[in-house]
Design a protein around this ligand. Structure first.
Ligand code: CA
Length: 234
């Protein structure tokens, strides 16, 4: 099983430890930060799949951390689960408004935490068989994971395993920018990190096979790639 990286931003040592312990026990690689500044720095450096984010933090608060994560194309794709104390409901709404994917209210049970984290990762990633069995339809494109088949304008087109995963991963979240190294670790696997430029080769191959629909996969200069979001076209 691939070990996904999770960053925990929480200033209370007891809670930080509780979260870290339970996620690590589930097989995740867990990084921790005690304040927003450190958290943001780690998010950029380590490109975790998910961040567990406390809202009440010293210095920059959780909402601001969320905003900055969203504003930076390098961190925008990272999933965020907010942790909030009871009575901070207005902050919670704010947090979900600035891009958080889910939330937990303190005190929470470790089991609920792990379940939420897993569910959010499942929505955004490919590690779960549930998503892999889905059929994704995007305009002229049909991606059928069960049959490992891609149809472009109704015609089946051959994709290699990696190309298929890459296309499926991008198409699952239209409009979301994925940094190259994020795509690499999620699509190709951690061992390939050294070959950072490899992803460009795979993207080129995918585009070639999409033919006249090649611009469905867009380059975000200096960052990575995204699947065109039809809903936000102007
Ligand atoms: Ca706190």
């Amino acid at each position: 099983m691939k070990r996904e990286k999770i960053l925990v931003i929480e200033d209370e040592p007891d809670i930080q430890e509780l979260i870290q312990y339970n996620l690590a026990r589930e097989g995740y690689r867990v990084l921790t930060a005690g304040d927003g500044e450190t958290g943001l720095k780690l998010a950029r450096q380590e490109a975790p799949s998910l961040i567990v984010l406390d809202l009440m933090l010293p210095g920059i608060d959780g909402i601001e951390v969320c905003r900055r994560l969203q504003a930076d194309p390098a961190t925008r794709a990272i999933a965020v689960v907010i942790v909030t104390a009871k009575g901070e409901e207005s902050d919670l709404v704010l947090g979900l408004g600035v891009g958080a994917d889910d939330y937990l209210t303190k005190p929470f049970s470790p089991r609920v935490l792990v379940a939420r984290v897993r569910a959010v990762l499942r929505r955004g990633g490919l590690s779960d068989p549930e998503l892999s069995s889905e059929v994704i339809q995007r305009g002229p494109l049909v991606i059928d994971a069960l049959r490992h088949e891609v149809r472009v304008d109704g015609k089946p087109v051959e994709f290699t395993h990696t190309e298929f995963k890459l296309l499926q991963f991008l198409a699952a979240s239209p409009g979301r920018v994925f940094p190259r190294d994020h795509l690499l670790s999620r699509v190709i696997g951690e061992d390939a990190i050294v070959l950072a430029r490899n992803i460009d080769v795979h993207v080129r191959a995918v585009r070639q096979k999409l033919g006249k629909h090649r611009d469905l996969v867009q380059t975000v200069r200096g960052v990575g790639y995204r699947f065109r979001d039809e809903r936000s076209r102007t």
